[in-house]
Design a protein around this ligand. Structure first.
Ligand code: GLA
Length: 710
């Protein structure tokens, strides 16, 4: 938390020096009953499509909207690539056509989300002001004709972006059928320009952070390899492998550059828009870590993200991790503002999702906290890079076979929306996420086998199977609602963060640290104290040495037995009451017979350290111990393997979404008689076909876990 505050202040200083708009944080509004994702006057669950009226003759628009209405779609996101139509020449704006589309949508009960078109500047702009185009790291200027070619650090480009956003807001800021705004498009790629303008801004940013070059040199340990800087202008933009301190600061600068670019547009819109209109951005899930999403998401009304499977089929854990991470950015419900209508066009094999899978995916979204799902796209342009992407209408303007399934799901959303009103996902288990740690480990993996996502997924799968509900939140987020908090590899644990985590255990929580925890400080420098740094003392143990493993090694103890691979750490208990729960078997000599998992009761809670990457069945028994010892109860109850249970809780009671991801039908015995909302029956048992979905309701319970509040 300290880091975030300090960083925002820094951006404010630096970027305002450059006449760019500063980042202003706004408190998250989840303290209100209704999540900001559920809009006044509209259904609590919405379904829509991403629609591009500018690609079609106006006479066609009403047919499209009639078809959307008939398919129970009630939202359309539009205009995010229509800059050349809205500003055909510099300073000349044309919004009448857009207004016509918005009015027709209103007539057909389709609410509009307007995208600012800044991911695709018009040709006249980039031609006249080539400095607005990004310079790649290899020195080449990107050419016009693709997208994301504008430079986020170009003051000129920002002026244009601010102006178009402002002009749009002047025209549509009070429009009754415009419910909200999306800034730019998928800026989580965080593409930067490697030009002098960006470099100078980076220098100003560093100056504001460190004040003196002596301080910078010290924190980056630049005496190494003669990296010492005597002039701010000597500092390069890191490309490829570089000093880890410099690399982390560059990532922080990138984050602040995008946050302030976004803020520039937020302020232009807010100056003219009704407060009821939301402002969001479309992020891209867990694996996109171009900037620190906790910082960039802060001023948004809520988080939306684009959920694509690509090749293959929906893996509920992989997709669940992204949902839970995106929901954790603001610890609030989300929108899926783009999702796959069967297939995409950009992966190695653009297979279609199976019949029934698109519906299962939509309910999976809702189960993980989404209140809206939109398909990208309604109908594809007849030409362009994405002309053979999945759609809901074919090039002939007629429904593709999938539209039927989407319409059925949209109808289900509409008929069940009341049960989801004001409801949220409530979890007792949290997994900690930290962009700094991700970057730092990836820059110096030490073994190419170290796959942070696979390691996270191993924890997630085991813990989700048991608890059936997990939040993935920032390492600095408030933790009091959780019983169990797991940090798979929290590499950077500066003192304040350590105190925050220690406090959680002191107050009765169970903190579990995985390998590579507590190695570095906030400057990405090694801590000059034994790992896990400031948490070694409360843990009553330390890491003596780490080992990248050539092959897996056996481990056994009270928590079971199995294999440890990829990474292992030799642990040493330092306190008499530190328990050894797992021990390494014979391996490289250094690890033989040494502790692999230690745990210690601390305050009213507990701290555990896992010194290696566990195989999946060992992980399952360790997760069982973590959960039992933390008194975790499953959100729903026992379900057969392949069924995913999700829970949302609200003032009206609890709703469960059960989905069968197996290709065979399965029977689920319910913990007690519940109301099955899709068929309006009381049920004690369910038959779920492949990709089958059940939505079950329980009235409010007195012992229900508390709803999280900021
Ligand atoms: C992204 C973009 C869309 C479109 C889709 C295709 O999500 O935001 O504009 O390109 O990918 O899958």
């Amino acid at each position: 938390m300290f880091k975030v505050g300090a960083r925002s202040l820094l951006s404010l200083v630096v970027l305002s020096c450059l006449a760019l708009v500063p980042i202003l944080s706004r408190p998250c509004d989840s303290a209100t009953q209704t999540p900001p994702t559920q809009l006044p006057g509209l259904n609590a669950l919405l379904m829509g499509a991403d629609w591009y009226p500018e690609q079609w003759p106006e006479e066609r628009w009403e047919t499209d909207l009639q078809m959307m209405e008939a398919s129970h779609l009630n939202v359309a996101r539009i205009a995010e690539f229509a800059w050349s139509r809205m500003e055909p020449s510099e300073g000349h704006y044309q919004f009448d056509w857009l207004n016509h589309a918005v009015r027709l949508a209103e007539k057909h009960h389709v609410a509009i989300v307007l995208g600012t078109p800044t991911a695709a500047p018009p040709a006249w702009l980039t031609q006249k002001y080539p400095e607005t185009l990004r310079l790649e790291a290899n020195g080449q200027r990107v050419t016009h004709g693709n997208r994301a070619h504008g430079s986020v650090t170009s003051v000129k480009y920002r002026e244009f972006c601010q102006r178009i956003a402002e002009e749009m807001a002047k025209r549509f800021g009070h429009d009754t059928n415009v419910v909200g705004w999306q800034i730019d498009n998928e800026y989580g790629y965080a593409l930067m320009s490697y030009n002098d303008e960006a470099r100078q801004q980076f220098h100003a940013w560093l100056k504001a952070k460190y004040k003196t070059l002596d301080a910078l040199n010290e924190h980056w340990t630049t005496s190494y390899w003669s990296q010492t800087y005597d002039d701010w202008n000597e500092i390069p933009i890191p490309v490829g492998e570089h000093n880890p301190g410099l690399m982390l600061d560059w990532q922080h600068f990138v984050t602040d550059a995008w946050a302030s670019y976004q803020q520039n547009q937020i302020e232009a819109i807010r100056a003219h828009a009704d407060p009821r209109q939301f402002i969001t951005g479309n992020f891209m899930g867990y694996k996109f870590s171009g900037f620190d999403h906790y910082i960039v998401a802060r001023p948004l009304t809520f988080v939306a993200w684009d959920d694509y499977v690509g090749t293959g089929h929906l893996d509920p854990d992989t997709n669940g991790i992204s949902h839970d991470t995106m929901r954790g950015l603001k610890r609030e419900n989300i929108w899926i503002i783009e999702t796959q209508p069967g297939s995409v066009n950009w992966s190695a094999l653009n297979n279609s999702l199976d019949k029934g899978e698109v519906r299962a995916m939509a309910w999976h979204d809702v189960g993980h906290g989404a209140d809206e799902v939109s398909y990208w796209q309604w109908r594809s342009a007849l030409n362009g890079q994405e002309e053979i992407h999945g759609t809901l209408l074919g090039p002939d303007g007629k429904p593709v076979p999938l539209l039927d399934e989407v319409a059925t799901t949209a109808k289900e959303f509409a008929s069940l929306q009341d049960a989801f009103r004001d409801s949220r996902v409530v979890s007792e288990v949290a997994i900690l996420n930290d962009y700094d740690s991700h970057w730092a480990i990836d820059w110096q993996k030490h073994t190419e086998k170290y796959d942070q996502f696979a390691i996270l997924k191993n924890y997630y799968h085991a813990l989700r199977t048991i608890s059936q509900s997990i939040d993935i939140v920032s390492a600095d987020a408030p933790l009091d609602q959780y019983k169990l908090v797991v940090a798979p590899d929290l590499y950077l644990i500066p003192k304040t963060r350590a105190e925050h985590l220690e406090e959680f255990a002191k107050n009765g929580g169970h903190l579990v640290l995985g390998p590579r925890s507590g190695v570095k400080d906030e400057f990405n420098a090694l801590l000059p104290i034994p790992q896990p740094g400031y948490l070694a003392e409360p843990l009553g143990a330390q890491v003596e040495q780490y080992y990248a493993l050539e092959k897996s090694i056996p481990a056994s103890g009270r928590l079971g037995q199995g294999e440890i691979s990829v990474w292992a750490e030799r642990l040493k208990p330092n306190a008499p009451d530190t328990e050894v729960l797992l021990t390494f078997g014979p391996s490289n000599g250094w690890l033989d017979g040494r502790p692999a998992i230690v745990s210690r009761a601390y305050g009213r809670g507990r701290i555990t350290y896992i010194g290696g990457v566990l195989d999946s069945s060992l992980m399952q028994s360790v997760a069982q111990w973590m959960s039992t010892s933390s008194n975790i109860s499953p959100a729903f109850g026992v379900v057969p393997e392949g069924i995913e249970a999700n829970r949302r809780m609200g003032p009206k009671g609890t709703v469960y979404v059960l989905i069968n991801f197996k290709t065979q039908g399965q029977t689920v015995a319910l913990p007690h008689v519940m109301r099955s909302l899709l068929d309006q029956k009381e049920a004690s048992k369910l038959e779920l076909p492949p990709y089958g979905v059940a939505v079950l309701a329980d009235p409010p319970r007195r012992d229900a876990p508390k709803q999280p509040r900021l």
